[in-house]
Design a protein around this ligand. Structure first.
Ligand code: TMP
Length: 224
C-alpha cells in the first residue's frame, strides 16, 4: 500500500497533513518520499511556475489541463514509478483527482477529457489510498486570506470555482469509496491528523501513538 495521495480545495490544510503523515510514517521506519503536484522534479516545477503565474491569465482551459498532465507524466516517469518499484512509500500532495475536480468539475474541460488525460499521464500508477480533506470553501478562503502573498492564477479563480472543486472531490469520494476517503478538515490540526492516521491504519499502514506524537512535535518545532 505504498502510494498515498492527499487532496482537497485550496486552503484545506492538506499540505500540513502531508508533512505530518510523512513524518509519522518515517518515524515508524518506512522509507518515505514526499512529493507535491504540480512539481516534484525540475521539469514539473517549471511547468508549475507557468500554471500558477497570475500573469498567464490568457491561458485557455485545454492548455491548463495538458500542462497539469505534462507535469504529472514527468513526475511519474522520473520519480514515482522508480520509488514504488524500489519499495518506498510515496506521499504525494495532490495527484490526478485534482485534475478531475479542478479542470473536470470546476473548469470547462469535460470530466471525460480530464480522466482520459489522467490515464495518459499515469498509466497504471494509481494511488492505493487517497485522503480528501473536505472543508467549507468559505472557511478555507478565510484561512488562505491569513497567509501571506497575492493569490496565484488558480486561487484567483474565486470562491464559486472552489465550491465546484469541493463538490467534485465529494463526488469522487462517493464514487470510489475503496480508494478515496473523505476527512472533515474543519477540525483542529491534531484531530484531522488522527482521522488521517485512522484511515492509514484501516488501509494497512498503522503508526504508533509515539510516531504520531513525534510527527506533531516536529511540526511545532521552530524552523531556522
Ligand atoms: P497547491 O497550491 O496545492 O500546491 O496546488 C497548486 C494549484 O494547482 C492549486 O490551486 C490546485 C491546482 N491544481 C489543479 O488545478 N489541477 C491539478 O491537477 C493539480 C495537481 C493542481
Amino acid at each position: 500500500m505504498p502510494f498515498i495521495t492527499l487532496e482537497g480545495i485550496d486552503g484545506c490544510g492538506k499540505s500540513t497533513q502531508a508533512r505530518l503523515i510523512a513524518a509519522a510514517l518515517a518515524h515508524a521506519g518506512h522509507d518515505v518520499l514526499s512529493l507535491r503536484e504540480p512539481g516534484g522534479v525540475a521539469i514539473s516545477e517549471k511547468i508549475r511556475a507557468l500554471l500558477l503565474d497570475p500573469e498567464n491569465d490568457a491561458m485557455c482551459d485545454a492548455c491548463e489541463l495538458l500542462l497539469y498532465e505534462a507535469a504529472r507524466a514527468q513526475l511519474v516517469h522520473e520519480v514515482i514509478r522508480p520509488a514504488l518499484n524500489a519499495g518506498r512509500v510515496v506521499v504525494c500532495d495532490r495527484f490526478f483527482d485534482s485534475t478531475t475536480a479542478y479542470q473536470g468539475f470546476a473548469g470547462t474541460s469535460s470530466r471525460e477529457a480530464a480522466e482520459t488525460a489522467n490515464a495518459l499521464a499515469v498509466s497504471d500508477c494509481v494511488p492505493a489510498l487517497t485522503l480528501v480533506f473536505d472543508i467549507d470553501p468559505e472557511l478555507a478562503a478565510e484561512r488562505a486570506d491569513t497567509r501571506a502573498g497575492a493569490p496565484d492564477r488558480m486561487e484567483a479563480k474565486g470562491l464559486d470555482y472552489q465550491r465546484r472543486v469541493a463538490e467534485g472531490f465529494r463526488a469522487i469520494a462517493r464514487e470510489q469509496p475503496g480508494r478515496v476517503r473523505l476527512i472533515d478538515a474543519s477540525q483542529t490540526v491534531d484531530a484531522v491528523f488522527a482521522c488521517a492516521l485512522a484511515e492509514l491504519a484501516s488501509a494497512g499502514l498503522a503508526v504508533s501513538a509515539d510516531d504520531a506524537r513525534s510527527a506533531l512535535a516536529a511540526l511545532m518545532a521552530p524552523t531556522e
